[in-house]
Design a protein around this ligand. Structure first.
Ligand code: ATP
Ligand code: MG
Length: 311
């Protein structure tokens, strides 16, 4: 099982849209896919489940229950009880593949505050053990599902709070959706520095307390450009400049060019209706050249992700 986190501090860059489409497409190619919605905005959840249906699960079947069980020191809680499998897309996936979801909750925002309290106080030893236990919480749960899934996609919130860091600990790879604009060229540098700092901190504590945690080394899966404006099949000129600027920053920081050649164009018509219908664009069946081109880009991206992650 490979775990991939989709992260960018910047909001609205297409993290959730890419998670939904990658999840659907990877499942269609026969993989057993789990999507985890780690964002209290619950956009991924509501892209697959109507809100009134989710209301039946909100107290008992969201990722918040997994963190709450930690806070309540309930060691018997089984994360498998949170899996939602009866999604509307199921009928479109063909045989072989599987798509499951662990939904999020608006109050996940409070979990960060509760966990922060547990991180402070006590002796050095207590603080370190709490640190490893809290940040390792998501990894612990996902490991128990490793025989059920080939790949886990974690849709992170646009921040670097505690819950987001639990995703870093759980991940083999980090995938960064980004726009081709000025602020995005700056954003990656901050993200890379914070991940490195957190990784060093986590690994130092693992070294001190080896029986309480294992070293982490999440790799960059890559950067994917989203909402790209095209003219005559090519990104428009001012975006091309930003694409090149991002490639140069990323290559310097990651030691190699990790930007995907595959990108996702801006298309409000297709992407705006998909969440409401509960079916990601890549699984749609609309007619027309533009739709086919948009869908093909998402298929190509999923294939590239499959290749890089060794799926
Ligand atoms: N390629 C695209 N073309 C046009 N609109 C898009 C595209 N991708 C996403 N959108 C729209 O842009 C908005 C933000 O996208 P999305 O929710 O995927 O971003 P996000 O990075 O997950 O945001 P947040 O940081 O708030 O979680 C949504 O309304 C979505 O429908
Ligand atoms: Mg999102």
């Amino acid at each position: 099982m490979k775990t991939i986190s989709l992260i960018n501090y910047k909001g609205g860059v297409g993290k959730t849209t890419i998670t939904a489409n990658l999840g659907a497409q990877l499942a269609r190619t026969g993989l057993r896919v789990l999507m985890v919605d780690l964002d209290p905005q619950t956009s991924l959840t509501f892209s697959f489940i109507p809100q009134d249906e989710w209301n039946q699960f909100e107290k008992t079947k969201t990722i918040k229950n997994w963190f709450d069980a930690h806070i309540a020191q309930d060691d018997g809680f089984d994360i498998a009880s949170l899996l939602l499998t009866d999604l509307k897309v199921k009928a479109l996936l063909g045989t072989g593949g599987r798509l499951s979801l662990i939904s999020s909750h608006l109050n996940l925002i409070n979990v960060d505050l509760d966990l922060a309290q547990d991180l402070g106080g006590g002796s050095d030893r207590t603080r370190s053990l709490n640190f490893l236990k809290i940040y390792g919480r998501l990894k612990l749960g996902l490991q128990s599902l490793k025989d059920q899934f080939d790949v886990v996609l974690i849709d992170c919130p646009p921040n670097f709070n505690i819950v987001t860091r639990t995703a870093i600990v759980a991940s083999d790879y980090v995938l960064v959706p980004t726009k081709a604009d000025y602020l995005s060229t700056i954003g990656f540098e901050g993200l890379a520095a914070n991940i490195q700092r957190f990784k060093d901190d986590y690994n130092k504590r693992c070294l001190d307390w080896p029986e309480h945690g294992t070293k982490i080394d999440p790799q960059w899966l890559g950067i994917v450009f989203t909402m790209v404006n095209l003219r005559l099949g090519e990104p428009i000129r001012n975006q091309k400049g930003y694409v090149e600027a991002v490639i140069s920053v990323v290559t310097r920081l990651a030691g190699k060019d990790i930007v995907f050649d595959e990108y996702v164009r801006e298309n409000k018509t297709e992407h705006a209706v998909a969440p409401e219908e509960g079916i990601p664009v890549v699984l749609g069946s609309r007619q027309g050249e533009t739709y086919r081109a948009v869908r093909q880009e998402l298929v190509d991206l999923a294939n590239a992700v499959k290749g890089r992650a060794g799926l």
